[in-house]
Structure formats: C-alpha cells, structure tokens
Design a protein around this ligand. Sequence first.
Ligand code: NAD
Ligand code: ZN
Length: 251
Amino acid sequence: MSDNPGTAALARMLAEAKRVVVFTGAGISTESGIPDFRSPGGIWTQMAPIYFDEFLASEEARRETWRRRFVMEDTFKAAEPNRGHRAVDALVRRGKVAAVITQNIDGLHQASGIPPEKVIELHGNTTYATCLDCGQRYEIADLRAIFEKTGAVPPCSECLGHVKTATVSFGQSMPVLAMQRAEQETRAADLFIVLGSSLVVYPAAGFPQLAKHNGAKLVIVNREPTPLDQMADLVLHEAIGDTMGAAVGVN
Ligand code: NAD
Ligand code: ZN
C-alpha cells in the first residue's frame, strides 16, 4: 500500500468494489513508447486525420494513410506492455475486473496476458489489416514489404476490395458488437476506472458518464484534466504506471 493519499484511496475503492470496468485510452500506452494524440506535441498537433470517406474515395488518401501507418510500424512492433498494463492484467486475473474497454488499437492489453474476450476494442486494432469488403485478413509486415517496393498497398487478392488496418477511422461506423458489450459491462459495473483518455472522443467518452449515471463510482487517472473530472469520485492527475502499480501492488 502506498503513502500517496490518492493511490491509497484508489486501492480502497478497488478493495470495496465487486465488479470493476477499466476504460483505457492512448495515455496508458505512452509509457510503452507509443505517442498519444492529444498531449502537447501529440500526433494531432502534427497532422490532420484522414476521414474514412477520403480513404474510400481517393487512391492518394489510401497511399497517405498507409505511409503514416508504416512510419509507425517500428514503434508499434517494439512496444511492450508497461506497469499500467500489468496492473490491469493483475486485476483481471484476481477476478476484480470483468472487462477492459479500450480506445487503443495497439493490442497491448492482450499482450499483457488479458484473455482477448475480456478486451473490448472500440476503435479496432492496428496490428493487422482486413479487406473492407470480404474481411480477409492481411499481415502488416507483408503489406509493408509490397508498399516499399511499389508505393501502394494492393487491393484484396480475393475480391479487389480496399485493404485497411482493422481500426475504426474518423467517419467510419463503430463496431456494433463491441459497443453493445461495452454498454452491458458498463451498466454491470460498480466501479469504472478511466486510464489515460482525454475523454473528448465520442461515443467512447459516453461510457464513463453512463457508468456514473447508473450508480457506479468513477475514477479518472489522467495526467491532464478532462471534461468529466467534475463528475468523478476520485481524480488523479498522475502517471498511470506508477499510480496503478502502487494501488494494485504490481511492479
Ligand atoms: P488522447 O491522446 O486523446 O488522450 C490521452 C490522454 O492521456 C491525455 O489527456 C494525456 O494527458 C494522458 N496521458 C498520456 N500519457 C499519460 C501517462 N503516462 N499517465 C497519465 N496520463 C497520460 O487519447 P484517447 O482519449 O485514447 O483518444 C485518442 C484516440 O486515438 C483513441 O480513440 C485511439 O483510438 C487512438 N490512439 C490510439 C493509440 C494506441 O493505441 N496506443 C495511440 C494514439 C491514438
Ligand atoms: Zn476482399
């Protein structure tokens, strides 16, 4: 147990809770070396997002989307779960956390040992690609090798559909099943913990509000203030790895 009063309060709330949902954003993965979007100097300060419509409509937009993805590949490949991921995994193994709802696309919760069926990915996964029409899976390393030779990712070999990372772009519809499961888990929780999200991306940011309105306690651990801080029962503007590691007793 820690002498930091915030961490101790979080540890107490965890001990009292019966069914916890953890909700994560890009902030839990910065300590693994993956930059977030909205910290000062984050990705959005450097380039505008490419919307799904543009990806569908323009060869140039597809090329640029893939170029950006391959620039990030060495970072994604090298990233390993950090102390924050390990603390969440420990809570899942203890039976405290029923589900992890994540906005992240990096697969690091699964890499930390959490069974994939307990990780609800709201924005998909960037560690592989699929055909938008037939769903055929493609590996990033294979696509990268072709892109480096030809300057483009070719259409699906089965159906000629567009091949895209298995992520949800701005303007693309949310995954129906993941949204339903996230809502069910949120309604069933008595403690809802947000780790590293600016809570400005909707509909994802609606889940902490739903939890709170439904009677759960709400905890937010985020370096910077969020628009939902005022409705939370506990707000810690601290680093996630050390805060969660200390609260859960994991290194
Ligand atoms: P965000 O970039 O909007 O916000 C991240 C928040 O985390 C910031 O408010 C920042 O202050 C905080 N933060 C960063 N590092 C922290 C740390 N070590 N300890 C405590 N707080 C920390 O992230 P978001 O809300 O997840 O929204 C961005 C969207 O972009 C997501 O929907 C996600 O799909 C995508 N994204 C994913 C990844 C990833 O998978 N790792 C990375 C970048 C963006
Ligand atoms: Zn196809």
